[in-house]
Write a protein that binds this ligand. Structure first.
Ligand code: EPZ
Length: 417
């Protein structure tokens, strides 16, 4: 099991480049199932979840024509196997994104029900009900979701809860459904808008993505997808916070500042210096920063995927901050570990009351999920002394070459196994 060892207390300085967005590339890869030919995707981030999704698509009959660095050419002419096996799906929930495209393309799908996960039950009932609304017959058999449909038919479907991959799944299935589909209360995340745009470039007819209603007119086929993945807003947010928490001067480049607008506002409110340009954000802290309150919400609100990282920052703020998690029911797994480093945090229901302390102290800590791991890395970068972060495979799922990027900013960080 790899570990990351960090000697904290070094103000980070310099530029860090942001890679392609994990949560954008995963649905795009699933969408290639709707095409039949050579898909070409660039700026593909090299991380565990992406390899898992590509592995799954190969299992379904796809073929890697070439994969060099961040460029992937993937042929989906011979997609013929409707079954996504448990041993792959259990390692990555986003595998459920193949459900809609498989039913749309092959008329059938057998996808293992994703297990639970550290941050919550994360059911996929909204995905299933949406596919049923389009006429799919869905049953649960031995831990697998078995779906079939002769021909999907357009329908109106309302999401009781906003669901990012739920919206993507049903939208992809609707691309080949007969007639018009209207999705109400859809997710507005940039990753959903990007998916709709790329599907349209391949011949789909989707309007309204990013708004309150997505309207899809069914088509009979799509051309292969050719696209460049946009920068990862959560990675950008993480390195922005790294600059603030270490009282350094960090420029996050090749990012989209607009995608992290709520974080920028909150950092400014806390007294952090933030300068933005078209594709970069510069962070520095004059004389520290004060506690500010946040509540996570679906886009365009403050992203739940940035909550843990922001909490790490708030542990060193002047005064108190209230951090309320409204999206997932159990996304405070990082709190106990931050407290082992000296943070003063009390949980009341879905709110964490964080009282700033003078400093954190390095400690051995345990990563539990992707963004909690990032939060512990940030705290360790600011803490006095050495921290050892265990179970770093969580980090490898969503942060390409994190040690290299942080070392490039002057961090004393190394991976040991
Ligand atoms: C996506 O997960 C992201 N993953 C998550 O990022 C992110 O935290 C989440 O959206 C919220 O922004 C990918 O895009 C691959 P949801 P997703 O469906 O789609 C409940 C990361 O760190 N819900 O929007 O699975 C659910 O339990 C990951 O990169 C249902 O009840 O999240 C949650 O409470 C973590 N039934 C809420 O909705 C459903 O059928 C939002 O979940 C679906 C969801």
């Amino acid at each position: 099991m790899d570990k990351i060892v960090i000697e904290g207390g070094v103000p980070l300085k310099g530029k860090v480049f942001i890679t392609g967005a994990k949560n954008a590339v995963l649905p795009i890869l699933a969408a290639t199932l709707l095409t039949s030919g050579r898909n070409e995707i660039t700026n593909v981030p090299q991380m565990r979840d992406v390899s898992t999704m590509i592995h799954l698509l190969v299992e379904l009959g796809g073929r890697i024509d070439s994969i060099q660095g961040d460029r992937l050419a993937f042929d989906t002419s011979d997609i013929n196997n409707p079954e996504a096996p448990y041993d792959l799906v259990r390692t990555m929930r986003a595998s459920c994104l193949v459900l809609g495209p498989l039913i749309a393309r092959l008329g059938q799908a057998k996808v293992s029900l994703p297990g639970g996960c550290a941050i919550g039950a994360r059911p996929i009932d909204l995905h299933i009900r949406g596919l049923e609304a389009l006429g799919a017959n869905i049953e649960l058999q031995g831990g697998y979701i078995v779906g079939s449909a002769k021909k999907l038919k357009g329908a109106r479907y309302y999401f009781d809860t906003i669901s990012v991959t739920g919206t993507a799944n049903v939208m992809m299935a609707a691309v080949f459904a007969e007639g018009e589909t209207v999705l109400e209360n859809p997710a507005k995340e940039p990753e959903v808008v990007f998916l709709a745009d790329m599907l349209n470039l391949a011949g789909a007819k989707i309007e309204g993505a990013g708004g309150d209603e997505i309207i899809i007119q069914g088509v009979s086929s799509l051309k292969p997808i050719h696209c460049k993945i946009f920068p990862d807003r959560i990675e950008a947010a993480t390195y922005m916070i790294a600059g603030a928490i270490t009282a350094g001067e960090v420029e996050v480049t090749d990012c989209i500042p607009q995608h992290v607008e709520p974080l920028i506002m909150k950092l400014k409110q806390a007294g952090v210096n933030v300068e933005t340009s078209k594709d970069s954000v510069k962070i520095s802290t004059g004389n520290g920063f004060q506690g500010v309150d946040i509540q996570t919400h679906p886009y365009p609100g403050f992203a739940t995927d940035i909550q843990a990282q922001f909490m790490a920052l708030m542990t060193l703020a002047r005064g108190q901050s209230l951090i309320t998690e409204t999206v997932f029911e159990n996304r405070f797994m990082h709190v106990a570990e931050l407290k082992r480093m000296g943070a003063d945090i009390e949980i009341r229901g879905n709110t964490a009351i964080v009282k700033g302390v003078g400093h954190l102290s390095g400690a051995p800590v345990m990563a539990t999920d992707l963004r909690a791991s990032a939060s512990l890395v940030l705290a360790a970068l600011a803490a006095r002394g050495e921290s050892v972060i265990n179970r770093v495979y969580h980090i490898d799922r969503g942060y390409p070459v994190m040690e290299q990027k942080l070392s490039g900013l002057g961090a004393k960080i190394k991976r040991v196994n």
